[in-house]
Ligand binder design. Structure first.
Ligand code: F6R
Length: 620
């Protein structure tokens, strides 16, 4: 949700920033811009639209310099116009900034600054910060010396930050302080890349890949000063910070499209491998259990736990729902799944025996982070199931489990969902074996999990059939997605995938629940996608399907291979491999991801950059 880049060093900066913005574009693509400093001059180029629009502008009006900042925007305040694009200029050009986050008290600050004579050129909350910095720089210069003095500039930053309510990751250039990029963080992620005679700044590590493997994660309330030959970090209350350099594992090819046309398709096809990565080293055949190293809780602590709360947003919340079913079934552990955006403000009774897991691909989702912090504040052990190593949630959690799925670039989450479900199943096996589960049952689950990468490869063979189904149904404007038990969250996830990338209205429901309202929607123009692999209540779901058929609703079934009966009821059947019920979400998610992908393509939608969305939702 907005991407920031910055650089100070010896390389031509405009090209570098542009490349960084391309890599961060998944965080927001309403507009893009860069500012380049050359001596005491800062020049800005910015444009509404994709980063490619900015590239065109830079071709016509190039910028030369070795210091700069850049931004790709996901609009919060103000329409997607050139004026509202970042960077924003403060005062008479003394300061130029890029910002990720939301300044909640921007309105009152804006009015105060207008009274002081500042003229606003945009409707953004960010411009308030730019003018405040300019104003405080003037004040500090009057009190303490010159705008060319780093301490004066840092004081202006400090006074400004003290006035802000909300969240920010900031990249700042001061016109009279050449050779310096200042960064500040509160609630929005920033990472600094350490090179030889150069430093990089970015919202996440992707722009750094190929340039450096050494990174420093900025924490909340830290302010960093980047100069080609030095990095200094201060905590706003505690003073100087000992810089801790970490090593990045990501490699450049992780973010290449390879043979695929879109990241979403690439990531769908990566799932046999990503599931294998989630399982690697985590299956203990001898003991018939899972090996989960990073929980930082002893077996004794874990046996004390009598309830689990899973908190997440969006797709990660859906995987949490699957987690609830499997944790209750395998570990007999009472489990609840909470929307992080609700949990952060609710006050549900939770005892000191409640274990909390934040589930998140990015590790930066603002609501999930806030819910996790709230639970930590109340003393609950709080763990993360997370993909991005070094992300804020991964760092702040007491422990957790990484997905090892590699970067997920497509805005619609695919491989993260199946990896999360895999990891939650491992967790259920682990806790189950600590409690009630027998040795043979543990063995059986291990065997079944081991087979999953191959089963997912097999599930991908439905691709041609899905293409055909997409072709037949892509012009419909309403869909229902229905499933029961383990496949109810899959129905929710299928509906979310369709609506977010093809802009078709889709609702996910427990199949039997639809007679309590949604069935009123059913007509010849409303297809229902049934997730109906074999299982204990298969005949019940068939009855639900008949109820739709009786009302002349078209039916698409996701069914187990070999189930020829279903073809007599459904209009179209997409087959997936037959697996145990608790593993069905993994195989059934595949055709639903592909269906959303093809419908979106056929409707001319931008699959990897759906409108109004951003990959990592770092605002509330
Ligand atoms: C949907 C999607 C979102 C995310 C949600 C949480 O395809 O990607 O619903 O799942 O924004 O994001 P993370 O998992 O990064 O916390």
């Amino acid at each position: 949700m907005c991407g920031i880049v910055g650089y100070v060093g010896y390389r031509p900066v405009a090209e570098l920033l542009l490349e960084g913005l391309h890599r961060l574009e998944y965080r927001g693509y309403d507009s893009a811009g860069i500012a380049v400093q050359y001596g005491n001059t800062i020049e800005v180029r910015k444009k509404a639209g994709r980063v490619s629009e900015l590239a065109g502008l830079l071709k016509a009006q190039p910028l030369v310099g070795k210091i700069g900042i850049g931004h790709t925007r996901w609009a919060t305040h103000g329409a997607t116009t050139d004026q509202n694009s970042h960077p924003h200029v403060g005062g008479n050009g003394e300061v130029v900034i890029v910002h990720n986050g939301v300044i909640e008290n921007y309105d009152i600050l804006r009015r105060q600054l207008q009274t002081l004579g500042y003229v606003f050129r945009s409707q953004t909350d960010t411009e308030v910060v730019a003018h405040l910095l300019a104003h405080n720089l003037e004040e500090q210069t009057r009190l303490h010396g010159s705008p060319e003095d780093l301490d004066v500039c840092l004081k202006a930053v400090e006074v400004t930050l003290n006035l802000l309510k909300g969240t920010y990751g900031l990249g700042i250039l001061f016109r009279d302080l050449p050779d310096t990029v200042i960064a500040a963080r509160c609630g929005s992620p920033l990472v600094i890349g350490v090179g030889k005679d150069e430093y990089f700044l970015a919202s996440d590590a992707s722009p750094l890949v190929g340039y450096t493997k050494e990174v420093v994660y900025l924490s909340d309330n830290e302010v960093a000063v980047l100069r080609a030959d030095a990095l200094r970090i201060d905590h706003r209350s505690n003073g100087s910070v000992n810089v801790s350099v970490k090593t990045l594992e990501q490699v450049a090819s992780d973010t290449d499209l390879g043979q695929y046309e879109h990241y979403m398709l690439k990531e769908i096809y990566e799932q046999p491998t990503t599931i294998e990565n989630a399982l690697r080293g985590r299956l203990d055949n001898e003991e018939a259990t899972a090996v989960i190293g990073g929980l930082n809780l002893s077996a004794k602590d874990l046996r004390r736990i009598d309830r689990i709360v899973l908190t997440a947003c969006g797709t990660s919340w859906h995987s949490g729902l699957v987690g609830e079913y499997v944790l209750e079934e395998f570990a007999r552990m009472p489990t609840e799944v909470e929307y992080a955006s609700e949990l952060r403000y609710r006050n549900p009774p939770m005892s000191d025996r409640t274990l909390v897991f934040a589930i998140t691909q990015s590790g930066e989702t603002a609501d999930t982070l806030a819910a996790m912090r709230e639970c930590k504040r109340k003393g609950h052990p709080t763990l993360a199931i997370c993909n991005v190593v070094g992300s804020t949630i991964a760092r702040e959690a007491d422990g957790g489990i990484y997905l090892h799925a590699g970067p997920e670039i497509g805005v619609a989450s695919t491989k993260a969902f199946t990896s999360q479900v895999t990891v939650l199943t491992l967790l259920a096996l682990y806790l189950g074996r600590m409690r009630h589960m027998s040795y043979p049952a543990g063995k059986r689950i291990i065997r079944q999990l081991r087979d999953m990468p191959e089963k997912i490869s097999k599930a991908l063979e439905c691709h041609d059939k899905v293409r055909e189904v997409a072709d037949k149904y892509h012009h419909f404007n309403n869909f229902l997605y229905l499933g029961r038990l383990y496949n109810f969250p899959v129905a929710l996830e299928g509906a979310l995938k369709l609506k977010e990338i093809s802009y078709i209205h889709a609702e996910g429901y427990p199949a039997a629940e639809m007679k309590h309202g949604p069935i009123a929607l059913v007509d010849q123009q409303t297809p229902s996608v049934f997730v109906i692999p074999r299982g204990g209540i298969y005949p019940k779901v068939v009855s639900n399907m008949e109820e739709i058929r009786a009302r002349r609703g078209p039916v698409i079934a996701i069914a187990c291979e070999g189930d020829t009966d279903i073809a007599r009821i459904a209009d179209d059947v997409i087959y997936v491999p037959d697996v145990e019920e608790y593993l069905q979400p993994l195989v059934c998610a595949i055709p639903l991801q592909l269906l959303a992908y093809h419908v979106a393509l056929l409707r001319g939608c931008n699959v990897d950059r759906p409108r109004n969305l951003a990959k990592s939702v770092t605002v509330e």
